[in-house]
Design a protein around this ligand. Structure first.
Ligand SMILES: Nc1ncnc2c1ncn2[C@@H]1O[C@H](COP(=O)(O)OP(=O)(O)O)[C@@H](O)[C@H]1O
Ligand SMILES: [Mg+2]
Length: 225
């Protein structure tokens, strides 16, 4: 990866799309289960740290002590879609306030394994939860905060299921069928249509080197390195 290494330092005083000062950068990793997010978020963390960047690697739901407790409930207890959605946004609120915003304020690069696009894709498109309610919760909870870049790891649900089956037992979400993951994938596509500048769609069906090359390209295309 060449472009980030050229400057070594982020651009102090840069402003987010919302006009708020954001010395740091916020990159979210999205895509269906088994798409390769965790694999590549760790690789990017190592790559950035080796170049001297302050990096916060975090995830949703979870990321803060309280939000991790809420994650346990959401992932392992049966509940209706509204309860699930409210817990996810409560976790997000705490995660933003106690982890993400302080890290961005000190100039860190925040790498987040899933963020709000996952709520629209899983709870909205996947489970049919009311998108207008999600939009309201997004507005209330995030106060304009959005990732500066969202890397969408896109691949056919059947291929993702093969990768998952090779390595781990499924949780409550991963046990869903291929139709569910097809709806989730469509949900991500809709979110990208609504914010095309924020998104970089990666063809995650290629091998690891191929995916990494696409991540490099997405970063090089950003003006903020
Ligand atoms: N490009 C790739 N080609 C083949 N296997 C991959 C690739 N990326 C990740 N994997 C493997 O697929 C599985 C799921 O990857 P993971 O990063 O855990 O996905 P996610 O975090 O999106 O659910 C892991 O076993 C991982 O090693
Ligand atoms: Mg993962």
């Amino acid at each position: 990866m060449s472009a980030p290494g050229r400057s070594q330092a982020l651009n102090p005083g840069a402003r987010s799309a919302q006009g708020r000062p954001t010395p740091g950068r916020f990159i979210s990793f999205e895509g269906i289960d088994g798409a390769g997010k965790s694999t590549h978020i760790a690789a990017l963390q190592g790559w950035l740290r080796a170049r001297g960047h302050d990096v916060l690697l975090t995830r949703e739901p979870g990321g803060s002590p309280l939000a991790e407790q809420l994650r346990e409930l959401v992932l392992h207890r049966p509940m209706d879609a509204l309860s699930e959605t409210l817990l996810i946004f409560a976790a997000r609120r705490d995660h933003l306030q106690t982890c993400i915003e302080p890290a961005l304020a000190r100039g860190a690069i925040v790498l987040c394994d899933r963020f709000t696009d996952a709520t629209f894709a899983y709870q909205g498109a996947g489970r049919g939860f009311d998108l207008h309610v999600l939009q309201q919760l997004e507005t209330w909870v995030q106060q304009g905060r959005q990732p500066d870049l969202t890397l969408w790891f896109d691949l056919p649900p059947a291929q993702a299921a093969e990768r998952r089956a090779a390595v781990r037992a499924p949780d409550r979400f991963e046990r869903q069928d291929l139709d569910f993951f097809t709806r989730v994938r469509d949900g991500y596509a809709q979110r990208m249509q609504q914010a095309p500048q924020r998104f970089a769609r990666l063809d995650a069906s290629t091998d690891r080197d191929g995916v990494w090359a696409q991540i490099e390209q997405a970063l090089e295309q950003r003006p903020w390195w």
